[in-house]
Design a protein around this ligand. Sequence first.
Ligand code: HEM
Ligand code: HEM
Length: 162
Amino acid sequence: MPQTKGYSRTQIRLHWVIAGLIVFQLIFGEDMGRAWLAVENGTVPEMGTLVWAHIVVGIAVLVLAVWRIYIKVTRGVPAAPPSAPWMETAAKIGHLALYAVMILAPMSGLAAWYGGIAAAAVVHELFKPALILLILGHIGAALYHHFVKKDGLLLRMKTPQD
Ligand code: HEM
Ligand code: HEM
């Protein structure tokens, strides 16, 4: 995979837009949960604004994540800042897991809702705690770099190097 001096403007925008959309999904997912319960109980789900928002925002995450991965593979990302080997490994695994969830969370949701696959809904629900843990770890690492190591890592996701 190619390596660059820094993230591009598009990569930075995609990072923050996807982050915002995912936090939205985590905060406002409950109405979708209720609609799904109605489906499971054989009744007609109430298709309120938040249910439609969950579907549209979730599909947007899927499309944007595919775009983001395409840019990562073709353009590349900057090398990890020098850290203890276990931290570099943890960052690699954490980022890989975040990319996997960005793709698999919307796909499992779609498989449940439009494919009627109940097992996909169970998997989909498990992504909620998994995502929360991954994001908390990710934010913790970013703050550690910023305040403890003071290596300017947060700035890499702010200032584009096109
Ligand atoms: C307030 C929340 C967040 C902060 C402060 C933050 C901060 C950062 C920073 C500073 C980087 C750059 C790391 C580097 O240069 O090596 C980064 C990379 C990354 N972030 Fe976040 N992030 C946040 C939320 C999220 C969310 C919600 C996701 C996805 C679910 C996410 C996914 C990623 C991924 C996959 C990378 C690695 C990009 C690469 O391939 O190099 N981030 N984040
Ligand atoms: C990034 C994308 C997505 C995230 C982070 C996400 C997250 C969530 C969350 C937090 C819940 C609430 C779980 C609970 O009841 O506590 C939920 C439920 C649900 N979502 Fe998503 N969702 C995403 C995309 C989608 C998409 C595209 C669909 C397709 C229609 C979908 C369908 C569902 C269904 C059917 C439920 C109810 C079943 C269940 O609770 O497992 N989701 N989602």
